[in-house]
Write a protein that binds this ligand. Structure first.
Ligand code: INI
Length: 159
């Protein structure tokens, strides 16, 4: 039996952080957490691009383009959708989540999912550096771990 686990080693990797400006107080804190995590795990600061989009709805398209550019071995998607009084939340949160999952599966490039979907601003604040940690940090470590794991699982070409 073999147990295979990725190591979140960032040295030599290029990473795109795709972040939305909507609820910017929250998303800037997520970006700060992501950058801290990436650099502490060995990614060179110059090997990180932060790509801003208007809102969570726009995250999947930007992530897809970043993946198609062949510049990045890992993507970190960051945003904050906070429930209001209308069903808008459900459409934005649902489609953004599905779009990000589809982009990662289609490209086979790991994506750390740091899109907060919260009922209240307090819940979001608790997850961008508060009592529940920083989900930007968590998503970044997950993306690096998956990038390493994909490398371990790659089957070498036969010739
Ligand atoms: N975008 C968010 O990132 N978070 C939200 O909470 C949000 N709400 O509540 O509306 C939101 N809406 C904007 C959306 O993501 C698009 O940017 C907009 O519809 C333009 O396409």
């Amino acid at each position: 039996m073999a147990e295979i686990t990725g190591n979140p080693v960032g040295s030599g990797r290029r990473v795109a952080v795709v972040a939305s400006r909507f609820n910017e107080t929250i998303t800037r804190a997520l970006v700060d957490g992501a950058l801290d995590a990436l650099v502490r795990h060995g990614v060179a600061f110059d090997d990180i691009d932060v790509i801003w989009v208007p809102g969570a709805w726009e995250l999947p398209l930007a992530a897809r383009h970043a993946m198609a550019s062949d510049r990045y071995e890992a993507i970190v998607a960051l945003g904050a959708v906070i429930r209001g009084d209308t069903p808008h939340f459900d459409f934005v949160a649902g489609e953004a989540s599905r779009g990000l999952a589809d982009a990662s599966r289609d490209s086979e490039i790991p994506l750390g999912f740091g899109l907060l979907t919260c009922d209240t601003m307090e819940q979001a604040l608790a997850r961008c550096g508060g009592e529940h940690g920083n989900k930007g940090w968590d998503a970044s470590v997950a993306a690096l771990e998956m990038a390493d794991l994909m490398g371990q699982l790659d089957v070498p070409d036969e010739d």
